[in-house]
Design a protein around this ligand. Structure first.
Ligand SMILES: Nc1ncnc2c1ncn2[C@@H]1O[C@H](COP(=O)(O)OP(=O)(O)OP(=O)(O)O)[C@@H](O)[C@H]1O
Ligand SMILES: [Mg+2]
Length: 222
């Protein structure tokens, strides 16, 4: 079963003379249990694909079906709920909530999906520990390095066991060991519960963990 299906998706970004055709007729799918890489040069449209897949951007043309639900059929509130429950998103820049501690950033994602407090704390602490940032849990994102923020963002994306993780360069700021731990965690999620993982990356180290690679060039699937 496809967890994510994009069919004939096109997208222009910017407007007027700054308008750029970011995606042209992109069709791709990610099946349950799969770990798929999205590769391509800078500016080829990787972030745009992930944002459209999560319903953060709306396609100009084409269809997006996430966990069986056509996103175009949802209103704003339903779309936000669907994203919160089914998607774990790791932004290219970690995008943690600056007013909350690292741990609370992760906890909140679990609580918003209806986990009990105990369950949310247990899972958050387990993930922060696995990702090597447990001792930094009380710090604000501003007080963390780029790589530390990225690992907290990965924990936040995984904590509610989403149907799909969409991760934008999740290992870009990570050293070898942290990068491996993130890759293993993503791989494990894809292996369990029919979840799927789609990772935009330039990091060749991830290829060893992935089932296949989708290549983008100039906004088209090669
Ligand atoms: N907010 C925006 N306004 C105008 N153009 C944009 C905007 N965001 C992205 N673009 C353009 O859309 C195209 C695709 O950008 P996108 O961010 O999806 O690329 P990418 O493959 O993720 O690149 P990178 O590897 O550098 O992160 C690029 O030509 C980019 O300049
Ligand atoms: Mg990008």
């Amino acid at each position: 079963m496809s967890v994510l299906q994009l069919t004939g998706v096109s997208k222009t970004r910017g407007s007027g003379r700054h308008a750029v055709t970011a995606l042209t007729d992109v069709t791709l799918s990610v099946e349950a249990g799969e770990f798929v890489l999205l590769e391509g040069p800078s500016g080829s449209g990787k972030t745009t694909v992930l944002a459209i897949a999560a319903g953060l951007l709306t396609a100009d043309r084409g269809q997006v079906v996430l966990a069986g639900v056509p996103l175009a059929s949802l209103g704003h509130a339903a779309l936000r709920r669907c994203r919160g429950e089914r998607v774990g998103f790791v932004f290219q820049r970690a995008n943690l909530l600056g007013g909350l501690s690292a741990r609370d950033n992760v906890l909140l994602a679990a609580l918003l999906c209806g986990s009990s407090r105990d369950e949310a704390e247990e899972r958050s602490d387990e993930l922060l520990d696995a990702l090597g940032v447990a001792s930094l849990g009380s710090r604000r994102p501003m007080q963390l390095s780029g790589g530390e923020q990225q690992r907290v963002a990965v924990a936040r994306a995984l904590v509610h066991r989403p149907a799909i993780v969409l991760a934008d360069e999740p290992t870009a700021h990570l050293d070898k060991d942290s990068g491996r731990i993130v890759a293993e965690r993503l791989r494990a999620l894809a292996g369990a519960r029919g979840s799927a993982v789609l990772v935009a990356t330039h990091d060749a180290r991830l290829e060893a963990y992935a089932d296949r690679t989708i290549r983008l060039e100039y906004g088209k699937v090669m």
